[in-house]
Unconditional design. Structure first.
Length: 286
């Protein structure tokens, strides 16, 4: 019996190690490629650590990062992404909090159908609504950045409402009743008492909405096709031309990918406990 348990533990940790390697290796290879010069990237076979092509010694290069930060289109793309992702997250949290409070704590007709409608909004693939949204943007003559923010709400708002609704449902009804007894209105109860208690859900939904908007590519590429100044960082990286003519800017693309990924990793590591608390809210009753 002990031998069987030992074998299970060994197999379990082998699976964990394989999954960790599977998830971490692409990011490691991106960093490895970003720290190589053009000559190092052309070495065959490829090296797992940047090495000098002549001496074989370990040699790191920062030329790709310098080229990235000297690229004006990349810098503009970062600022556009900060604006689009930041406003998308803020609006999703504000609107989603009100909707989640109503769906989680208030009683009204049509509550269940409203939940199903919100859920149905997540079932449509982006490509199915892309052409219609693009035609609508041109017909209404809306600038690309505001329209991207409104479009991203299609996939950030439903998730925000669902997660926060579960969290509001998990809060004791006695809190709401005590506030009413003290003379508080439903709105005062919401923003003065219940909302501060939903910090884990706010952090979870806010961070995941920000990541979704920050990484979005399909909508951004389409909506900014006639407005290059509004391109977000994902589009800027995809259209990266490099610092040298007729060069395949593989190293610079990898460096740009590192630059835009590290802030997201830092945010997730900082708020990981609140993220887990928000995602598991309402999972256990009692």
């Amino acid at each position: 019996m002990k031998k069987r348990e030992l074998i299970k533990k060994i197999l379990f940790w082998i699976a964990v190690a394989f999954m960790a390697f599977w998830m971490i290796f692409p990011f490691y290879w991106m960093v490895n490629s970003a720290l190589k010069s053009e000559a190092q990237l052309q070495m065959t076979p490829a090296t797992f650590i940047p090495r000098d092509p002549y001496t074989g010694e370990v040699s790191f290069s920062s030329q790709n990062f310098r080229a990235v930060f000297q690229n004006d289109k990349f810098i503009i793309g970062i600022w556009n992404s900060v604006i689009v992702a930041g406003l998308t997250t803020l609006i999703s949290l504000v609107v989603g909090s009100f909707a989640a409070f109503a769906l989680g704590k208030l009683h009204f007709q049509g509550k269940t159908p409203a939940m199903y409608v919100i859920l149905a909004m997540t079932m449509f693939p982006q490509i199915s609504v892309l052409s219609g949204l693009y035609a609508l943007m041109n017909w209404l003559n809306i600038p690309a950045i505001p329209f991207m923010i409104m479009s991203y709400m299609m996939f950030t708002l439903p998730f925000t409402v669902w997660v926060q609704t579960s969290f509001f449902k998990s809060l004791p009804v006695s809190i709401l009743q005590s506030a009413y007894v003290d003379g508080a209105t439903p709105f005062q109860t919401f923003y003065m008492i219940l909302l501060p208690l939903t910090a884990p859900a706010l952090v979870t939904t806010g961070l995941l909405a920000f990541i979704a908007a920050w990484n979005e590519y399909l909508f951004a590429l389409t909506f900014t096709s006639v407005s290059p100044a509004a391109r977000t960082v994902t589009v800027a990286i995809a259209l990266f031309t490099g610092a040298i003519a007729r060069q395949e800017p593989f190293g610079e693309i990898m460096a740009a990918g590192v630059v835009v990924t590290i802030p997201l990793i830092i945010l997730v590591l900082i708020f990981q406990k609140r993220i887990m608390a928000g995602l598991t809210a309402g999972a256990v009753k009692g």
